[in-house]
Design a protein around this ligand. Sequence first.
Ligand SMILES: [Zn+2]
Length: 102
Amino acid sequence: MKTIQEREAELNVTHKHIIAGTMRDIDTDSESEFYNKRTVQIQCQTPNCKSKRRIATSDLHQVHNCEQCVRRERLARRRQARAERSAAKKAAKEAAQAVTQE
Ligand SMILES: [Zn+2]
């Protein structure tokens, strides 16, 4: 049986955003969002963001940012998609107008 320190050291090799000494062993609280999971704190990877976040070790490969940064990025992506959609719509409208004016 590995110690929690050994497990953390192993994961830290591939997941550099782990904050040393923050791993917790399997959560036995059935009310917890991390029930039956091992968790660790990560340092948000957004430049200049100092936030930390506790996540399940099983999510380490896909979670690299704090919740705030994830939310901000999601909003920015949506805004970008909306801008692209409306630009495409405008271009289509202008193309249609150009055809009728010929
Ligand atoms: Zn962040």
